[in-house]
Design a protein around this ligand. Sequence first.
Ligand code: GDP
Ligand code: K
Ligand code: MG
Length: 293
Amino acid sequence: MSHKAGFVNIIGNPNVGKSTLMNAFIGEKLSIITSKAQTTRHRILGIVNGEDFQVILSDTPGIIKPAYELQASMMDFVKSAFEDADVLLYMVEIGEKELKDEVFFEKINKSKIPVLLLLNKIDKSSQEELEEQVAYWTEKVSNAEIYPVSALENFNVPEVFDRIVALLPESPAFYPKDQLTDKPERFFVNETIREKILLNYKKEIPYAVEVETEEFVESDDIIRIRSVIMVERDTQKGIIIGHKGEALKRVGVQARQDLEKFFGKQVHIELYVKVNKNWRSNLNQLKRFGYNN
Ligand code: GDP
Ligand code: K
Ligand code: MG
């Protein structure tokens, strides 16, 4: 049986309905939805699995000018998901056009990645307005396929999803099919720490390591994180920690810097190392890492 998998990036100004759409895709509440602009500062990863597909979605902050810098830092943060996205969803809402940036249009029009322009909140518009807007966007983003949708009312959402799957390349799944999706921030922290481990140690170490974030507590001005790095042997624990704890400290500092940029908040991160001989084969342990729900 053929299988499709790939990365989908959702972009658009704040409050156009990106999170609502993502939740509609995923079928459960995943990201924070609010009418306040710029609430979604996190890059939240959601994964929708089917028997023969895996769609990996990210929801990013707005693309209006003040967000550009933030976006740039996010871009090098998760380069692969961004640059190697297989499908780009560009969401706008009915009535929105003044805020647009010509540079951005150009980028869209030159995109090698297929772009679906989702004209959202059509439940609020008249037929006439809808037609007028479709004409406007057809002219602006000549390169995109345009879909009028209502993320809130699920109008045309399944069709968009089917189109996404159709556009994805043939590929095995990137993440275990039963990957946890209800704690995306933790998942993201784990991936960040794992990346830093990859950067700081020789090859055999990263493969012997699993990261689990046990605590992720967010308040107004700080996020407190505690994560455990699981290794299989005592010797690996020693290597991870390093002389006077310096190696582990470096991993922590690098992870913190990235996470602060990413979350736009101060981050306090506590890392510790645990030896767990069979983490790889022990199913119960795997469950704790979120591979079962
Ligand atoms: P985001 O900032 O792009 O992630 O936008 P959100 O998903 O947080 O949505 C912002 C606001 O728009 C929320 O109040 C949503 O309920 C509302 N919204 C989203 N989609 C629709 C839609 O299709 N129709 C209507 N009427 N409201 C919507
Ligand atoms: K929002
Ligand atoms: Mg959002």
